[in-house]
Design a protein around this ligand. Structure first.
Ligand code: PLP
Length: 511
């Protein structure tokens, strides 16, 4: 890689003691911005040459960098040299086509350009007045996305509801939990907070548990209801009914149900319609977490997974996961925006302005935890405009086809087993041990995970389902093609063969 030599600051002070620093010089930005884009483009060009999972040891960086910040300016060339030699080794390459861990976190040219523009404008859009375009574009783009997902009209900003971009699904569930908590407390009295109960399945993302901790929900009143393979790890309406009747009988107050479309471990889909009816008849807020699988639901053939969302009070999907929008961009819709606003608004003198006071505008500061907020709608707008829904649908469908291919590979190899029914682009599978022994099976799969990930060739992750250690292969990185899935399967087969050889040698020597 060719480097460029530039000094960003002055090397010597002016005689009057002032500084020559020009931190936002447009010509400097033009020149070095182009060069930075070249640097990043080269990174993407060479991304397959890096170990996908960083192989460094904890604390590796401290010994490589000075103990304090430089007093005098350094050159961009030196900084980028350090990025190559010191930072990249400690990067796990989420955008690598050989990345199959957790869930994807997509980047794209459109998303990147949107991020760049947002960094360029660099406004802080907490109230409408601070940049009317930021608020208004966010409302419009989330209405577009709501329509693409065929969400009911009462999630649109034209009625009582509307969408808002949160940083993450964790923030999304927290703000709606706070809205629901305050709504019920207004009805029953603040002193009854200790009686409020939250329901979800044991497959629900831990973000809900964290939200409950923050919201002051008594830890004993968080019901993470057991699921198993008989319902494909979906929450059973019957177990919800049972839990509700026990809690009501002891004077507790059910107020919040979180259903998931596409759980983190195995992409289970909770039955929204049945759960929604139960929630409604018990006066509970229903939140639907579709952080990962929401992206697939823009395709007509997968939209049925959202059937019943009309019963929900709030719905969330992460455009930054599998919808080509660079992190962070978590889209949240609510039917009743006043519930959010009542829980989260403040009105200090220093933020007062005519438009807000006259109630003419949305002030997104009242829909989120922090005050400050970025112009995140730009990147989602650019993704939607520069790709169009047809391409986005084809993109997601291609990953689902690739996952199906991988699932076929696993099913055709008698040494392996597909563990849970695949719905989207995640395959849960495991290597079968030579003898039917659960501890041995778990150890074998743990060893297989370590072996493939430390090879640097691919990166996959794991979960536990019904006590079984399970490997997760999630297709969804923007550069992944069929050849990468085929190569990944070969890596898994080769490492598995080596492990099975060793394990039968060990068994022989004990025989
Ligand atoms: N919900 C589900 C279903 C998830 O899979 C995840 C993360 O993978 C989350 C919530 C948390 O996402 P975030 O990192 O945006 O808070």
């Amino acid at each position: 890689m060719e480097y460029f030599h530039v000094n960003f600051g002055n090397d010597h002070k002016k005689e009057d003691g002032g500084s020559n620093l020009k931190p936002m010089d447009s010509e400097q930005l033009r020149e070095y911005g182009h060069k930075m884009v070249d640097f990043i483009a080269d990174y993407y060009k060479n991304i397959e040459s890096f170990p996908v999972l960083s192989q460094v040891q904890p604390g590796y960086l401290r010994g490589l960098l000075p103990e304090s910040a430089p007093t005098r300016p350094e050159t961009l060339q030196d900084v980028l040299q350090d990025v190559q030699t010191k930072i990249f080794p400690g990067v796990t390459h989420w955008q690598s086509p050989d990345y199959f861990a957790y869930f994807p976190s997509n980047s794209s040219v459109a998303g990147f350009l949107g991020e760049m523009l947002s960094a360029g404008i660099n406004m802080v859009g907490f109230s409408w007045i601070t940049s009317p375009a930021a608020t208004e574009l966010e409302m419009i783009v989330l209405d577009w996305l709501a329509k693409a997902l065929k969400l009911p009209d009462n999630f649109l900003s034209t009625g009582e509801g509307g969408g808002v971009i949160q940083g993450t699904a964790s923030e999304a569930v927290l703000v709606v939990l706070l809205a629901a908590r305050d709504k019920i407390l207004r009805a029953v009295g603040k002193e009854l907070i200790g009686k409020l109960v939250v329901y979800a399945s044991d497959q629900t993302h831990s973000a809900l548990q964290k939200a409950c901790q923050i919201a002051g929900i008594h830890p004993e009143n968080c019901r993470f209801l057991k699921t198993d393979s008989s319902t494909e790890y979906a929450l059973s309406p019957n177990s919800l009914r049972e839990a509700l009747s026990q809690d009501l009988a002891t004077g507790l107050i059910p107020f919040f149900l979180c259903a998931t479309v596409g759980t983190t471990s195995s992409t289970a889909v909770d039955p929204l319609l049945a759960l929604g009816h139960i929630a409604k008849s018990n006066g509970m807020w229903l939140h639907v977490d579709a952080a990962y699988a929401g992206s697939a639901c823009v395709c007509p053939e997968f939209r049925h997974y959202l059937d019943g969302v009309e019963e929900a009070d709030s719905f969330n999907m992460n455009a930054h996961k599998w919808f080509l929008t660079n992190f962070d961009c978590s889209a949240l819709w609510v039917k009743d925006r006043s519930a959010l606003i009542q829980a989260l608004s403040t009105n200090p003198e220093y933020l007062k302005n005519k438009a807000s006071q006259a109630n003419l505008v949305v002030d997104y500061k009242d829909w989120q935890i922090p005050l400050g907020r970025r112009f995140r709608s730009l990147k989602l707008w650019m993704v939607l405009r520069l790709y169009g829904l047809e391409n986005l649908q084809a993109y997601v469908k291609n990953h689902i086809e690739l996952a199906k291919r991988f699932e076929e590979f696993v099913s055709e190899d008698s040494r392996f087993e597909v563990v849970a029914h695949r719905k989207f682009s995640l395959v849960c599978f495991c290597l079968l041990p030579p003898q039917n022994d659960e501890d041995l099976a778990n150890k074998l799969n743990r060893d297989l995970l370590d072996a493939v990930n430390s090879s640097g060739k691919i990166f996959i992750s794991h979960t536990v389902l019904s006590g079984k250690y399970v490997l997760r292969f999630a297709v969804g990185a923007p550069l992944t093609e069929e050849r990468h899935v085929i190569a990944a399967w070969k890596v898994l087969q080769d490492e598995a063969a080596a492990l099975l050889r060793n394990s039968s040698k060990m068994t022989d020597s004990f025989a």
